[in-house]
Design a binder for this molecule. Structure first.
Ligand SMILES: [Zn+2]
Length: 665
């Protein structure tokens, strides 16, 4: 019993630490420990919870990865309606508003104003009960929104618990947004995956929050700034005081400034307009509020818009110019991106001569022709984009754009897979594409090199330590130790993880090569008929299509891959470094477990490989995760989350004796 008390304490302790550092990092932007240190705390917590699923609580920081997908969103009626604000387009509008406020308040009551940046995101309302996050909703029409609790729970800057003795019920309100940097990264990923790019950070944030699958939301880097309180916000004597309290509770309060006159407010609005470009996120104006709660109540509301607040809105950042030409740029992932060459145009103080056109389909859909007059938009440092053509200004000299057939970087033929929006260079040795391949190679579903994720791979690639997948195996611990975030131990761990990946079977290696159309299943089918040598010696389309489940498109992609000298060179070097290119044994044996999928978990009497071999000899398949399609789970001692999952899904659980019995049946 003593041990389980220790574990419980350790888990609580880890949760406290993770929560604390989450707050330092995500809320206060002042991390105290390195990412690697944080990861190690987080992983220890995750591991302990994995071993003790009964100790997992919904407010544990590990429970943010997103739950099961939803069918749709429930409606939620806001306990206190969410405000809508009157707009000021011009400085005069602010003067008028100030005059009205003063008139209504009377001469002897001079108002103090608060200004905050108006973030261009998605307004949401959070609900904390007894300090715990229980619900989150979109603004909707102000009275009724959608229940997006599961999605908001994945946002790191929304703490699962509040600090500093919050009221029984607290409904902080604010704006969920995406930084420009994260937005750019997301759009790059969208394009790599052949998906349409998002028009702007607001759409990307709103799309993420309105995702039915919270796991997708969890992958989108969202942030929140809070600027108000619904229920629980009645007792504050002023708006600025309320913002300060939000901070005490551990929430990310929108920064604010106080002003004694409307002149000072206007100065701030103009300053914010000039500064909008240098902010890491998009703002579309400044919100001005009367600070005193008492004065707010005295002023009241018209319809749903309070008389005590107004939004000063900026001009949009757009301009018109001539599209002179379209050039094609090759991204580091091999994606070919058409770029607009523009007659230089001043958009909100910045001269623009280049803009993105995303991809071939985007140009076609928008009907953009070379020579058109076009509208260009920009936001901060994000690459400006051409948003439309002004058709009325055509003179007949415009011409259509065509994607090149050869990669402008390496000269190899490009390819645009059916159903995808992106044309790409598929030469894995193309300098533009090498990094993406390294990331794929080490990913979990490929060679599963623990610790070599996108971030580190990019770093090592930029340092010139790894030039391609084979280069991973030449990495030395001595190269890593001097790097920030590394020590002797972590460097050794990575080298060991790299070495361990050499034990992966050929099917994994084949998948990891990243041949077009060759997913994990296809790779496994091929690996049972051909070894690496067979493929290098020229397995042709005909022989490949003899494999059940391999069609001509796949076969051709494989042949093309092994025809290309650069790819052959990479495969040779991988072979030299000891990667497994041996043909795999055919696992389709007839037996008592023919066609059954079995998960093996926990500590068993003999090594796991023993049970896997017996299982496969009996015609069964070993799978690593429990799902509805799992037929049996063989569970040894200390079986953790997989056992729990099996029970939840009603999958039959066997012990070793039960397993033997099944084999002899
Ligand atoms: Zn290329």
């Amino acid at each position: 019993m003593a041990e389980s008390v220790d574990v419980r304490d350790r888990i609580e302790d880890l949760r406290e630490q993770v929560r604390y550092h989450n707050r330092r990092y995500h809320v206060e932007d002042a991390p105290e420990i390195s990412d690697a240190e944080y990861d190690s705390l987080y992983r220890e917590l995750e591991a302990l919870e994995g071993e003790h699923p009964e100790l997992v609580t919904p407010d544990s920081p590990t429970q943010r990865v997103g739950g099961e997908p939803l069918e749709g969103f429930e409606e939620i009626r806001h306990s206190v309606p969410m405000l809508s604000l009157a707009n000021a387009r011009k400085v005069e509008d602010l003067h008028e508003w100030d005059a009205r406020v003063r008139r209504l308040l009377g001469d002897d009551e001079s108002p103090r104003y608060v200004t905050e940046r108006k973030i261009d995101g998605l307004a949401v309302s959070l609900r904390y009960e007894k300090g715990r996050f229980v619900r989150g909703a979109t603004r909707g029409n102000g009275a009724v929104g959608e229940d997006v609790t599961a999605n908001l729970a994945t946002v790191r800057s929304i703490p699962e618990r509040l600090d500093d003795d919050p009221p029984e019920v607290l409904e902080p309100r604010g704006e969920v947004y995406m930084t420009l940097e994260d937005f750019e990264k997301l759009n790059r990923r969208q394009e790599e995956e052949g998906k349409p790019p998002f028009a702007n950070p607001r759409n990307a944030a709103a799309g993420a929050i309105r995702q039915l699958d919270p796991r997708i939301t969890a992958r989108r880097p969202l942030k929140i700034y809070l600027y108000g309180i619904g229920e629980g916000g009645e007792g504050f004597e002023s708006h600025s005081r309320m913002l300060d309290r939000l901070k005490d509770y551990g929430l990310r309060a929108n920064p604010h400034k106080l002003h004694d006159s409307i002149e000072s407010v206007i100065e701030e609005c103009l300053h914010a307009a000039s500064e909008r470009e240098s902010l890491p996120y998009q703002i579309d104006g400044v919100v001005v509020k009367v600070d005193s709660r008492e004065q707010q109540l005295a002023l009241g509301s018209v319809a749903r818009a309070p008389r005590w607040a107004i939004a000063y809105k900026f001009e949009p950042l757009a301009g018109r110019t001539k599209l002179l030409d379209i050039h094609v740029k090759v991204g580091r992932t091999g994606a070919l991106t058409p770029q607009a060459v523009l007659e230089p145009v001043n958009v909100g103080g910045v001269v623009i001569s280049r803009a993105t056109l995303h991809n071939e389909d985007y140009i076609k859909e928008k009907g953009i022709l070379i020579g058109d007059t076009v509208v260009v938009e920009r936001a901060g440092d994000v690459i400006p984009q051409v948003v439309k053509a002004v058709v009325e200004e055509r003179d007949g000299d415009e011409r259509e754009f065509a994607m090149p057939k050869y990669c402008p970087v390496c000269g190899e033929p490009v390819s645009r897979p059916e159903g995808e929006a992106v044309t790409r260079c598929v030469n894995s040795r193309c300098p533009a594409q090498a990094l993406e391949h390294i990331i794929h190679w080490s990913s979990k579903s490929a060679m599963d090199i623990d610790g070599l994720g996108e971030k580190l791979a990019t770093r090592l690639f930029d340092l010139g330590f790894i030039k391609d997948a084979a280069g991973i195996y030449d990495l030395k611990a001595e190269q890593l130790v001097p790097l920030e975030g590394f020590g002797e131990k972590s460097a050794q761990n990575l080298i060991q993880a790299i070495d361990r990946s050499k034990e992966q079977p050929f099917s994994r290696v084949l998948y990891a090569l990243g041949i077009r159309h060759v997913g994990a299943v296809t790779a496994s089918l091929i690996s049972r008929r051909f070894g690496g040598d067979d493929l290098m010696d020229g397995a042709d389309v005909e022989r490949l299509t003899e494999i059940d489940g391999i069609g001509e498109v796949v076969a051709r992609a494989v042949v093309e891959y092994f025809d290309l000298e650069d790819n052959r060179d990479l495969v040779r070097r991988l072979m030299e470094r000891g990667l497994d290119f041996e043909r795999e044994e055919d696992g389709t044996t007839d037996g008592p477990l023919s066609g059954k999928r079995v998960v093996i978990t926990g500590t068993l009497e003999r090594p796991r490989s023993y049970y896997v071999e017996r299982l496969e000899a009996a015609g069964g398949t070993f799978t690593s995760s429990v799902s509805k399609n799992t037929d049996y789970v063989l569970a040894g001692e200390e079986a953790g989350s997989k056992l729990a999952r099996a029970r939840e899904l009603g999958v039959p659980v066997l012990d070793e004796a039960g397993f033997e019995e099944l084999l002899s049946s």
